[in-house]
Design a protein around this ligand. Structure first.
Ligand code: 6IA
Length: 144
């Protein structure tokens, strides 16, 4: 059993498109039962594709890289293709992080083979948020 709270980095599309924003919010709430989610803002409804004016792209990049390095677990919602999420997953893989990718069956996009074909990623397909409760319970039981 871990003594300290698990640090979780949640990744989801921002400039790639915000179609799944409300799902991100629900996933983040579930993940908060298991640890500290560094990227709670990804679920915010007021965070649009343009992002925020008070932080530069370089500051976002530097901060997110440092958070990925700190994280014990990366959870990426990959139903909406995103260059940023793909980049984060590649980096996290090279750092040897535990990585879970969540793909919603309602997605209009077929998941990239670079994600579905990578055995280092645990890819979970889901239809609704209730299924994810069960998925998370199982995964966190395994890794804690
Ligand atoms: O290419 P995308 O924009 O879709 O990439 C999304 C991914 O990159 C997310 O998983 C984030 O971790 C990261 N990312 C991209 N833009 C931001 C961002 N924008 N803030 C935080 N992470 C970002 C500005 C808004 C923020 C300061 C509230």
């Amino acid at each position: 059993m871990r003594k300290t709270a698990m640090i979780i980095y949640f990744a989801g599309s921002i400039r790639g498109g915000r179609n799944f924003q409300s799902v991100y919010q629900e996933i983040i709430s579930l993940l908060q039962n298991y640890g500290l989610v560094l990227t709670e803002h990804i679920g915010r409804s007021d965070l649009n594709a343009a992002g925020e004016a008070d932080i530069s792209d370089n500051e976002i990049y530097q901060r997110d890289i440092s958070w990925i390095k700190q994280a014990d677990l990366i959870v990426a919602e990959v139903s909406n293709p995103s260059l940023g999420v793909g980049y984060e997953l590649g980096l996290a893989e090279s750092l040897g992080k535990n990585i879970i990718c969540l793909y919603n069956q309602k997605s209009e996009f077929i998941l990239s083979a670079m994600i579905s074909g990578n055995n280092k990623f645990k890819v979970k397909t889901y239809q609704n948020i209730n299924e994810l409760q069960i998925v998370f319970k199982k995964i966190f039981d395994e890794i804690s």
